[in-house]
Design a protein around this ligand. Structure first.
Ligand code: NAD
Length: 257
């Protein structure tokens, strides 16, 4: 079974990892639904350019992943779902006493609860179509922790747990659920953390990259969005039909430390 002709929905996919994974799936022939909360002209142009570059069907659906109804409506609007990539995510860095409640709520909603809502809407569709793949983009922070990232670490550990439950509830069906745990990938999300970390530790940008970010990543280099797309393709392949309820780290050795 290849992904060609399958319908893939990727949450939070107008930039970074989501877009990279969408591109790799489109390159392999999957029809794509891109998503974000913005609904800009560029979002629709992005979908059109995927369609023309790879000869697949691609559309863009606005849905705010902090809103449960939007999450469920996204699956409906895509008009089918064989592959669900739960990728939307945000970050905020502060110590627990200083962590704004609205930031905690937003991270839990977007990084964790959205995956519950999209999965709940997608599983009946996959069952009807007789095949499915759920790929949750977790993080090395789904397996380990860092100070000042309480909500993110809690949400990412939570999505690893949700992945296991999804796998158990679909274990006897041709549906799998797995989580990819990337280390650092240079995307807008990571770029946005650099100024906060510079402030938190009183370091320059270069020092933050070398002494804070890469101290956790023994390879000393960023993972790429193409590598995460390749890992997703593997999880969608027949070779991975018995790979379910687990995590795959793409973290340059982070979790080996
Ligand atoms: P990014 O900021 O480039 O992309 C985040 C995406 O989520 C964007 O498309 C954005 O539009 C979307 N998004 C944010 N809020 C949304 C909302 N309310 N509704 C719908 N979409 C929303 O970041 P990224 O680095 O590509 O992160 C993607 C995922 O990968 C996140 O879940 C992140 O936690 C995870 N991750 C990233 C890294 C990394 O180093 N970049 C490492 C591990 C895990």
């Amino acid at each position: 079974m290849s992904v060609a002709g399958k319908t893939a929905i990727i949450t939070g996919s107008n930039s970074g990892i989501g877009l990279g994974v969408a591109r790799e799936l489109a390159k392999a022939g999957a029809n794509i639904t891109l998503n974000s909360f913005t609904d800009s002209e560029e979002d629709h142009t992005l979908a059109a350019s995927l369609a023309s570059e790879f000869g697949v069907t691609a559309n863009y659906v606005r849905a705010d992943m902090s809103n449960p109804d939007d999450c469920r409506a996204l699956i409906e609007a895509a008009g089918g779902c064989d592959i669900l990539i739960n990728n939307a995510g945000i970050q905020h860095v502060a110590s627990i006493p200083d962590f704004a409640v609205e930031k905690w709520d937003a991270i839990i909603a977007i990084n964790l609860s959205s995956a519950f809502h999209t999965t709940a809407a997608a599983l009946p569709v996959m069952r009807e179509r007789g095949w499915g793949r759920v790929v949750n983009i977790a993080s090395a922070h789904g397996l380990t922790a860092s100070p000042f990232k309480s909500a993110y670490v809690a949400a990412k550990h939570g999505i690893v747990g949700l992945t296991k439950v999804t796998a158990l509830e679909t274990a006897e069906e041709p549906i799998t659920a797995n989580a990819i745990c990337p280390g650092y990938v240079l995307t807008p999300l990571v770029e946005a953390q650099i100024p906060d970390t510079m402030k938190e530790y009183g370091l320059s940008r270069e020092e933050v990259i070398r002494d804070v970010i890469m101290t956790r990543q023994p390879s000393k280099s960023f993972a790429t969005v193409e590598q995460l797309g390749g890992t997703t393709l593997y999880l969608c392949s027949d070779a991975a039909a018995q790979v379910t309820g687990t995590t795959i780290s793409v973290d340059g050795g982070w979790t080996a430390l």
